[in-house]
Design a protein around this ligand. Structure first.
Ligand code: GLC
Length: 443
């Protein structure tokens, strides 16, 4: 099978891996060939063209102000659950969220429908541990958010945790050991049914969902016998409920058949500074998720936000590598987005209104990121993004036939010359902009 896959791989564009490291044949869920539907291909195209999305981590964990992993660090799940009766995000306003997100230039939102703590942020009939039944707030925040997204043409993606630190039927993995449950008892069939019933609700009651974004697979990555998540059937169910819905899984592995996006956590594709990546980069549309500060869920002491130039440069670098940036915000327990996050959204938006053309709908440039910056490309137009130039001469290490070169903002001509190393751009001064963009027309 392994050899057959390698042979067929170059033929079925979206489901293949660029690298050579296939997983062991015994690993469940890998051993079949998946060909994405026309509808999925269309979503993949739109997704890749969007380049910028906002991640939202919001749940009852936000109340503790210690990030979304709080339950993993000590509380008994029954004590923790009591927070639900106090969850009343009085200032939640989905229209304000979506306006701020849209204004930043982001084109999609990925919302945590249910995180590892097991609390559902939507009205589910599969459990009472949800935003409508367990809190005095009594509003389906996902419904409100979904309606606003659809109204304002922001695509909706839903994060869904495969693992659960609260439910007794979830077969416990390597996390969530202090929540007070009996780790020897579980019922996978019941849990699998529960997840699929919830996914069915998510894909039935909230209008078009462009992607389901799974997380938590890695909870069983140290099992002696490979854990069978039964992804194949679950993915097929998703694709049949909404044929244009893509599947993504933050498992930190090369993609499995049935997945339509490849995700990288806290690192750009091919990089591994955070220790969660390093997997081969596939030919699927790519997405890097990262935080604005340090944590995903609201953390009261975590005020160390990356500055706007850093965030813009990260987005530019991602685009230069052919990847989307999914930038996270952890809303406060009162339902508002933190003021600093709102400020970052506004500032990125100002930049995107001028430079969006060099980001949206582009592909990776013809060379990898360089110490001075990177490039994005749209047909015969190359956008050279100079984000940290050491000098006024910029070498593009590629054999390019350049027709013209101008500064993107004011169209002033830029001198260029060709050598065997590539094309050199000769700027009048060392640029110190957040991103100095030069537009090249290629022959
Ligand atoms: C990790 C964390 C999780 C977070 C996710 C976002 O997998 O477990 O809390 O939601 O990364 O990428």
């Amino acid at each position: 099978m392994k050899h057959l896959l390698k042979f067929i791989a170059p033929l079925c564009l979206s489901a293949v891996f660029a690298g050579d490291s296939m997983a062991a044949e015994t690993e469940p869920d890998r051993d079949y060939i998946y060909v994405p539907s026309e509808e999925v291909r269309q979503s993949q195209k739109e997704f890749a063209s969007d380049r910028f999305g906002i991640f939202i981590h919001w749940g009852i964990y936000s109340m503790f102000g210690q990030g979304e992993w709080y339950l993993n660090y000590g509380p008994d799940a029954r004590e923790y659950a009591k927070a639900a009766r106090g969850f009343y995000p009085a200032d939640f306003n989905a229209a304000e969220w979506v306006d701020a997100i849209k204004d930043s230039g982001a084109r999609y939102v990925t919302f945590t429908s249910r995180h590892h703590d097991g609390f559902s942020m939507f009205d589910t009939a599969q459990s009472d541990y949800d935003i409508v039944d367990a809190t005095p707030f009594n509003r389906d925040v996902l419904k409100e958010l979904a309606d606003e997204c659809h109204k304002k043409d922001i695509s909706l993606h839903l994060y869904y945790s495969h693992l659960d630190w609260t439910r007794p039927d979830y077969p416990q993995g390597r996390t969530g050991h202090t929540t007070g449950r009996d780790s020897t008892v579980n019922d996978w069939n019941s849990y699998y049914k529960f997840m699929n019933a919830q996914l069915t609700e998510l894909l039935t009651n909230y209008g078009p969902v462009r992607a389901i974004w799974f997380d938590g697979w890695w909870d069983h990555d140290e099992d002696k016998v490979p854990f069978d998540w039964q992804l194949r059937d679950q993915y097929a169910m998703i694709h049949s409920l909404q044929p244009s819905c893509m599947v993504a899984n933050n498992h930190h592995q090369t993609p499995y058949p049935g997945e339509d996006i490849q995700i990288f956590e806290r690192d750009l594709p091919g990089e591994n500074t955070a220790g969660l990546s390093g997997q081969d980069v596939s030919r699927l549309p790519l997405e890097t998720c990262n935080t604005m500060n340090g944590m995903w869920g609201y953390k009261v002491v975590d005020t160390n936000y990356k500055d706007t130039p850093t965030l813009i440069r990260y987005l530019v670098k991602a685009a230069g590598m052919g990847a989307n940036l999914l930038l996270n915000i952890g809303p406060q327990p009162n339902g508002e987005l933190p003021a600093t996050a709102l400020q970052r959204l506004r500032d990125i938006g100002k930049w995107m209104r001028i430079y969006g053309e060099t980001i949206y709908g582009t592909e990776a440039g013809p060379f990898p990121p360089q110490p001075w910056g990177s490039a994005t490309q749209k047909d015969k137009t190359l956008y050279v993004h100079v984000t940290s130039a050491p000098s006024s001469d910029i070498l593009l290490p590629a054999d390019l036939k350049v027709k013209s070169a101008v500064a993107f903002v004011d169209r002033t001509p830029v001198r260029f010359s060709k050598s065997k190393e590539g094309v050199a751009l000769h700027l009048d001064k060392v640029p110190d902009d957040v991103d100095y963009v030069i537009e090249l027309k290629l022959k």
